[in-house]
Write a new protein. Structure first.
Length: 359
């Protein structure tokens, strides 16, 4: 039996995608072997790799002067790769810290000691429940860094910061493919796969061509974007199965009508949940209303004891992994692309029942 899985990541994939992978698993399209067994230099794999890249380009409308890199190491590895590849001009970067992952990226950049890393704004004062309206951005940076959707705290950028210098770099790990993004407004966008794209393994880095350089002195070969850019992301063995699953998921998204359609569904799903929470008189979501994420919805009941009871009973009702992150407590419903509207309705029905039994 399938459950409604509200995990923040790895998270749900569309059933149709899983079933296709299951049909293909042992014998991929009559070639007598699994994608997990085949050479990454084979014709079959090459087709998967190219189709994955071209579907990303088509669905995200990625302009021709951007390269799409498929790398490993997770989103976290890009916390290091970004400064190592980008601090090649003035050697300065501004970071806007809107959550735990942004803070980690900021700290990683500082720790490398390859440039002047500046904290331009943070919303830590109110446990990251809002996106700062102002930032102390400098006029001589190589880049400005943001996290577009804050997975743990449930906020997102809806209006991008106005830059004084440099290019915008954004971590879109938890909202890629979930809402439309105008790629041309960024220098670099990147995302780990396991929230909205595929099983963990591949990390997608979308980078404007002129930003692909040798990086700072001593930049390791495997962190240098140029290494994979010059080899079409086949410099070494890529995470083939994750890329194959991404391809299937992108095909599915295309059939559904693309990101525009997906965003409408995500707006509908999240509005159902936020409206219910706001009108319940029992549950609360602490996030500044205009900064609310479409993907991650944290909420609490009136007490910690009830929160714990909620998580326990939700699990018994087939609503899984709804416990909040340890930094926030309470609950968090991650409602990525693959969470059907019925899953959100089932959650709301359970929330109503729980409220009536516990208020
Ligand atoms: C999950 C997540 C990360 C970390 O991703 P890994 O692939 O585990 O390194 C980074 N940033 C954001 C916004 C995330 O949601």
């Amino acid at each position: 039996m399938r459950v409604y899985n509200f995990s923040a990541g790895p998270s749900m994939l569309p059933l149709e995608v899983l079933e296709q992978a299951q049909r293909d698993f042992v014998d991929y399209q009559g070639c007598g072997m699994s994608v997990t067994e085949m050479s990454h230099r084979s014709k079959q794999y090459d087709e998967i790799h190219s189709e994955c890249l071209s579907l990303f380009r088509e669905l995200m409308q990625i302009p021709d002067n951007y390269r799409i890199l498929l790398v490993q190491g997770g989103a976290s590895q890009q916390f290091d790769a970004i400064p190592l590849n980008m601090l090649t001009g003035t050697g300065r970067a501004d970071y806007i810290v809107t959550g735990n992952f942004a803070k980690k990226a900021y700290q990683a950049a500082k720790a490398l000691n390859v440039g002047d890393i500046h904290l331009a704004a943070t919303s830590e004062d109110k446990t990251y429940t809002y996106i700062p309206a102002q930032a102390d951005l400098r006029d001589d940076t190589d880049y400005v860094y943001i996290t577009q959707n804050n997975t743990i705290f449930g906020t997102r950028w809806t209006k991008l910061p106005r830059l004084k210098s440099g290019v915008l770099v954004s971590d879109v790990s938890s909202n890629i493919l979930g809402e439309q993004i105008d790629v041309s407004r960024y220098g670099v966008l990147y995302a780990g796969a396991q929230k909205n794209v595929a099983p963990a393994g591949v990390t997608i880095v979308i980078v404007r061509e002129d930003l692909i350089t040798d990086g700072v002195a001593g930049c390791p070969t495997m962190l240098r974007w140029k290494t994979q850019a010059e080899a079409d992301s086949l410099y070494n063995t890529p995470p083939c199965f994750s890329i194959y699953m991404a391809m299937l998921n992108l095909r599915y998204l295309k059939k559904l009508g693309g990101i525009r359609e997906m965003q409408k569904i995500n707006e509908y799903k999240s509005a159902l949940l936020y409206d219910f929470i706001d009108n319940s008189g029992f549950y609360t979501n602490a996030v500044n209303p205009q900064d609310r994420s479409l993907m991650n919805v944290p909420f609490v009941t009136p007490s910690k004891e009830l929160d714990a009871e909620f998580v326990k009973q939700a699990t018994q009702h087939g609503l899984l992994s709804i416990k909040g992150h340890k930094l926030v407590g309470g609950m968090r419903a991650s409602i990525y692309n693959a969470m059907p509207v019925e899953g959100v309705r089932a959650l709301i029905a359970f929330m109503q029942k729980f409220q009536s039994e516990n208020k």
